[in-house]
Design a protein around this ligand. Structure first.
Ligand SMILES: [Zn+2]
Length: 194
């Protein structure tokens, strides 16, 4: 058994480790988004807990509840135009907060999703349109690196250990029950480094 497109996700309304079905659906969403973006020549990179999980645990962190990637804001409006294609492919695109984050849901009922966060280049800083604390130097994605993801090479920052240290602190390799702790590095630190 397990959740499907016609049911709510397994942990709806509660905090619990992801069930295998939910992990499978998140994996499917991630690989689907990769194909979609490659087809439309949209550059993106894996980010936040998804990057951490793939690097550290070789998979999705079981206390995570979504998968995360990021894009340059120049692609935002193009993605909004994919709604019909995404629907035809059986998923749901939500662009209602497009300048900050767009989402692809597993289905209308099952709200497992991938977040597509937006960053805007300003000098050599990628400025998060979500929270300034997530800003980072563009050199992490120029050139883009890769990370192995279930046999696929997906785009990622080019120095993942350094990037994860910036995002999560020196002890990022030590799993926490909730990875979404305070992020140490602030935007203004990054800018001061220039
Ligand atoms: Zn499930």
């Amino acid at each position: 058994m397990g959740c499907t497109k016609d049911t709510k996700l397994c942990n709806w309304g509660k905090i619990a480790p992801l069930k295998p079905c939910c992990i499978d659906h998140l994996k499917e969403l991630l690989l689907y988004t990769d194909r979609l973006f490659k087809e439309h020549e949209i550059s993106y990179w894996l980010d936040y807990g998804t990057l951490l999980g793939l690097y550290r645990d070789k998979g999705i962190i079981v206390y995570d509840d979504d998968v995360d990637c990021s894009i340059d804001i120049k692609y935002t409006d193009r993605i909004t135009q994919f709604a019909k294609q995404v629907e035809n492919d059986g998923y749901v695109l939500d662009s209602s907060n497009k300048d900050v984050v767009q989402r692809i849901f597993y289905s209308e009922t099952n709200k497992l999703h991938i977040d597509i966060f937006t960053f805007k280049l300003n000098n050599n800083v990628m400025e998060s349109q979500y929270k300034p604390m997530y800003d980072f130097l563009v050199e992490y994605i120029e050139p883009m690196g890769t990370i192995e993801c279930w046999g696929n090479e997906l785009p990622a920052p080019n120095d993942i250990p350094k990037f994860l240290t910036m995002r999560y602190g020196e002890d990022y390799m030590t799993p926490r029950k909730q990875y979404k702790g305070p992020v140490r590095r602030e935007a203004h630190d990054a800018k001061n480094l220039i």
